[in-house]
Design a protein around this ligand. Structure first.
Ligand code: AMP
Ligand code: TRP
Length: 344
């Protein structure tokens, strides 16, 4: 068996979670249920947890500098408002810790063109005009691998859309370990799942809920007030059937599946349990239940976000403290990487 095909050597590594979200504005319910809520849950498990505002990823597409700075703080505020506890987790801005970009460069030299060309997110984001996309957008998954591996993170909670990038992260770790004949980088486990790994658009159950969708009715934003939330759910696309009592009855019904999944994830319930409760109801009865649950969960978060945004110096201090802690972990790993590859 070649070294490259050895099974995941995470055994010797400390259980450590890393994840990141881009501060590109307008966090959605998809980000919350697919990522942030699960970040918060993992800080109470048996993990060291590190969460990052990945501002260097955001600039792969041009950002207005003032708005980028505002969005980074807003994202940090939304993490904390959602329950991220800075005494339990490390929270910081990517650009404040040099190891990310430095290790990112090393991984640019490990990753292969062919691997990057297969990334579907690049194809989606670059669209028809790929020749005009930034080189950073193309190389982005190598920086993402560096984010994770600069901490020797063993587990990465993300939404379903990041699966391919995490496979690439594993490929980079395997190739590095193989090429330099070391067992240095862990083969990270993706943590994807739960009823809301992929929250879909409220207007089209086959499309991902996304901050970049032109229709605001397609998504619930973390800053939407109760009236907006109610209105968007009221207008959400459904079908003409009632709700089934078992998951099988949701098959082929993307919109129904999505609304039930959101309801389940907001209430920390399984889809099976939810259907036992709502099976047989019409959407006209179910939608008000969903509105109530969504408002109950989201309005305290948006209130707390607004409160945190009133004290920017405190928020910045918290992020700076996080960066110091993050640096203490990543700098020695970067130095050891340099040592392995024969630089510095
Ligand atoms: P992004 O906003 O693209 O930086 O995504 C941040 C995190 O939210 C990643 O872990 C994504 O996988 C997750 N995410 C984004 N949109 C959705 C969605 N519609 N459903 C589930 N997770 C999502
Ligand atoms: N690529 C992720 C996204 O678009 C964000 C991200 C950057 C990330 N670095 C990461 C997620 C490291 C997990 C781990 O959503």
């Amino acid at each position: 068996m070649s070294k490259a095909s050895k099974p995941a050597p995470i055994g010797k590594f400390k259980k450590r979670v890393f994840s990141g979200v881009q501060p590109s504005g307008g966090l959605t319910l998809g980000n919350y249920l697919g990522a942030i809520k699960r970040f918060v849950q993992m800080q109470d498990d048996d993990f060291e947890t590190i969460y990052c505002v990945v501002d260097l990823h955001a600039i792969t597409v041009w950002q207005n500098p003032k708005i980028l700075r505002q969005n980074s703080r807003e994202l940090a505020a939304s993490f904390i408002a959602s329950g991220l506890d800075p005494t339990k987790s490390i929270l910081f801005n990517q650009s404040a810790v040099p190891a990310h970009a430095q290790l990112g460069w090393v991984f640019n030299c490990v990753a292969r063109m062919g691997w990057m060309q297969r990334m579907t997110q690049f194809k989606d984001k670059a669209g028809k005009n790929a020749q005009n996309a930034s080189l950073g957008l193309f190389g982005y998954p190598a920086l993402m691998a560096a984010d994770i591996l600069a901490y020797h993170a063993t587990h990465v909670p993300v939404g379903d859309d990041q699966k391919q990038h995490l496979e690439l992260t594993r490929d980079i770790a395997i190739k590095f370990n193989h090429d330099y004949e070391v067992d240095f980088f862990p083969i990270t486990e993706p943590v994807i799942g739960g009823p809301a790994a992929r929250v879909m658009s409220l207007r089209d159950g086959t499309k991902k809920m996304s901050k970049s969708d032109p229709s605001d009715l397609s998504r619930i934003n973390m800053t939407d007030n109760s009236d907006l939330i109610a209105n968007k759910i009221k207008k959400a696309k459904t079908d003409q059937h009632g709700l089934p009592s078992e998951p099988k009855g949701l098959e082929g019904r993307a919109e129904a599946q999505n609304l039930v999944s959101i309801y389940a994830a907001l209430g920390n319930e399984s889809i099976e349990n939810v259907l036992k409760e709502i099976g047989g109801k019409q959407f006209s009865e179910f939608k008000p239940m969903l509105v109530e649950r969504a408002i109950e969960v989201l309005s305290p978060i948006s209130r707390e976000m607004a409160r945190l945004m009133q004290d920017i110096p405190q928020l910045d201090k918290l992020l700076d403290d996080g960066a110091l802690k993050a640096n203490l972990i990543s700098e020695p790993i970067l130095q050891k990487t340099f040592d392995i590859i024969g630089v510095r």
